[in-house]
Design a protein around this ligand. Sequence first.
Ligand code: NAD
Ligand code: TYD
Length: 352
Amino acid sequence: MKKYLVTGGAGFIGSNFVMYMLKKHDDILIVNLDKLTYAGNLENLKSIENDKRHIFVQGDICDKNLVRKLFAEYGFDYVINFAAESHVDRSITNPEIFVTTNVLGTVNLLQCAKEAWYDGEKWAEGKKYLQVSTDEVYGALGETGFFTETTPLNPHSPYSASKASADMYVQAFRDTYKMPVNITRCSNNYGPYQFPEKLIPLMINNAKQLKSLPVYGDGMQIRDWLYVEDHCKAIDMVCSGGKLGEVYNVGGHNERPNIFIVKKIIEILSDKVSPEINESLIKHVEDRKGHDRRYGIDPEKIKNDLGWYPETPFEKGIVLTINWYLENEEWMNRVTSGAYRDYYKEMYKNRM
Ligand code: NAD
Ligand code: TYD
């Protein structure tokens, strides 16, 4: 039986990943370590709460004693680190916590894995540490070209600086101690359980309530959107088949300007919910500081080496996503009550 330490598995991608793995593999054990910050939600894991192959532990990836204890108790084969502060806008107002969790937390996991798997000369067989990273570490593109695995790291936001720093520590452990690692760098994800601070669920939530849709600047910034399940599949494939030490970019050549995404959401909701949801709700607001203009992934390496390909075209994925949010109104109501209201007021008051 393979044993996984999955961190951040109560967040958006992590919870989708845990559910994906339990669906795909019978003989596994997943220990899910998550601090349950504002972005983590046990409700995301409701469908697997009675599954004996999944053990949830509330805790911090920076907590050395706890992580050591988990290694001693379970003898993990794999560590897959999703845990992070993940929102660029929050990193612009409060960068410190991004350093703590994303950098120090990663280094703590690397250290604990090294203690458990390395005897000073050789690494135990079959172990791997996988860092879930982002294309944002590469910086921004102009109108042409794509990020490849050899594009130099050139992060701009405090979020991407912390993720790039974490990637460099993973590479340092690989180069210094020959630690068995992989790094995946994925483009923007969308799908069920994404917290409504991010573009797609925020627009769905606002549009449903006939609230303004705040598009930063001219809305012509480009992101390369990937359905979350395709990202989960890529991580599973890299974990089991990725060549040790390698970086894999993950993306589906689905570049869209933000304004296109917002108009697409309006079109679908206008049809499904009410014709009152229309483009008059769009409001161009003050731009994000240091806003990266374009991201675009070249996924040739993971396609050629591991046979990964994205299965969900955008036209299908966006309908699946909107349907999920419409069917899970209670989830949205719960995550947007309380602290979310303060966040929204604070983040958008000067923009609007
Ligand atoms: P998220 O914000 O939805 O979830 C993060 C999870 O980590 C939450 O459950 C939170 O409680 C947990 N967490 C935060 N700090 C922690 C700590 N100190 N200890 C333990 N748990 C902690 O993020 P997401 O969108 O699911 O992203 C997951 C990972 O994927 C992140 O590392 C992110 O950088 C990366 N990534 C995200 C995207 C995207 O489009 N969302 C794209 C590429 C890569
Ligand atoms: P986001 O979902 O925050 O992801 P990231 O910044 O990691 O790419 O934002 C995606 C794009 O949408 C980004 O260009 C910023 C833009 N955006 C808006 O225009 N309005 C919003 O209210 C939000 C949250 C994002």
